[in-house]
Design a protein around this ligand. Sequence first.
Ligand SMILES: Nc1ncnc2c1ncn2[C@@H]1O[C@H](COP(=O)(O)OP(=O)(O)O)[C@@H](O)[C@H]1O
Ligand SMILES: [Mg+2]
Length: 255
Amino acid sequence: MLELKNISKSFDGTPVLKNISISADDGEIVSILGPSGCGKTTLLNIILGILDTDEGQILYNGEDMTGVPMEKRGFNIVFQDYALFPNLNVYRNITYGLRNKPDVSSPQEVQELIRLLGLQEHLEKRIDQLSGGQKQRVALARTLVMKPRILLLDEPLSALDGVIKESIKEKIRTISREYQLTTIIVTHDPEEALTLSDRVLIIDSGTISQYAEPDEIIHRPDNEFVKKFILNQLEIKRSNIYALFDTPAQKAASM
Ligand SMILES: Nc1ncnc2c1ncn2[C@@H]1O[C@H](COP(=O)(O)OP(=O)(O)O)[C@@H](O)[C@H]1O
Ligand SMILES: [Mg+2]
């Protein structure tokens, strides 16, 4: 279990995160959701250990990780831009981290991961021969071969569209269930957060607006911010979809 207790962070005297406390169970998918600039990436970086928190604690299975350096926490992140090596093929990208730590995953475990992520036919390809969704799957595989204790994803779906987005969502779900891996996902898209995660942390200007299951957020929003930010955006999306079908031909047919 991952626990954040009273995390606060300021940059140059400006508070960016204020008293954030949440917990995430093993195998749980948690989304951190909020508008641009609300502090999502800062919170992710504090969990990962790239950034120190000013106040509060990060606990993993009860153990205090607060001052522990990033590489000793055993958490791992897939960055928004994937950060793959263009000069290595897919297989070498996936197994890159095992060069110095070959015992972390057995060859069978690597193959299983490749199969789970549907990358069998792409292993010999160069990175620039891949689609966005394929790159994202390689980035996931490369991180997962190192068996992180917590998987962090910063906007993993924002560069992908439609069907590909759905397939990556499915892969993230499969992985977190299969490996009982706690997965923390940053997103600014309410629909993504509500359809992908077990619980959603909604942040409004650095404070917790609501932390609950998607069903509860939709049916029992805690406050005006949740109602406005979340539900309005879903409404806008819905009306965009309706607008798509509102073509002259259909109008004529319905008259
Ligand atoms: N290293 C930094 N130094 C100063 N200000 C920062 C730094 N990183 C982020 N900020 C500021 O903190 C706020 C939250 O940023 P961030 O966590 O990146 O938001 P989000 O990921 O939700 O878009 C923003 O106002 C941003 O400008
Ligand atoms: Mg961000």
